[in-house]
Design a protein around this ligand. Structure first.
Ligand code: SAM
Length: 153
């Protein structure tokens, strides 16, 4: 099992996708690739799996499968990417294992965990300029309230 991240509910979540071997699937949160490997193994040479991760570190977990395409992007752009790959309306199933990977928690430099005395960061996509420390230290009360209000829905 990958040290990057141990996938949770692996069997039940893959079974729930009810995979057709020739189908097109999306793993919106690739991470260590545990779920993705299970999906890819159930596809034949006509099937395809698109995987998203906004963290560039996840790319190291690809294993060279020809039926898997990694898209290093936030999955909120999923529709745009499916159009780009000309599979819009043809996706058979989407898996999203939302949250943070163990790798992100375990790497002190990522600033996700209070286990380490490191600067707060918490950017999954390190191309983003804004860290959690910037938000906490520079936003005023009204801006912070706006964030909490928009995420509570
Ligand atoms: C819980 S881990 C997924 C683990 C994966 N299922 C596995 O088997 O290893 C979540 C991953 O999703 C990524 N992620 C979280 N939110 C994302 C988003 N909005 N767009 C793209 N990737 C995202 C994180 O960078 C992290 O690598």
């Amino acid at each position: 099992m990958s040290e990057y991240h141990v996938p949770v509910l692996l069997g039940p979540s893959i079974d729930g996708l009810d995979i057709r071997p020739e189908g097109i699937y999306v793993d919106a949160t690739f991470g260590g690739g545990g779920h993705a490997k299970e999906i890819a193994q159930r596809l034949d040479d006509k099937g395809h799996l698109f995987v998203f991760d906004q963290d560039e570190d996840a790319e190291a977990n690809l294993w060279g499968a020809t039926n898997v395409t990694l898209i290093t992007s936030n999955f909120r752009h999923l529709t745009r990417w499916m159009k780009y790959y000309d599979v819009i309306g043809r996706v058979d199933g989407i898996l999203a294992d939302l949250g943070v990977s163990s790798h992100q928690f375990d790497d002190p430099s990522r600033g996700f965990s209070y286990r380490y005395d490191e600067p707060l960061d918490m950017r999954m996509n390190r191309q983003q300029l804004l860290s959690a420390a910037d938000v906490i230290n520079q936003y005023d009360a009204v801006q912070l309230q706006d964030i909490f209000r928009s995420t509570e829905k």
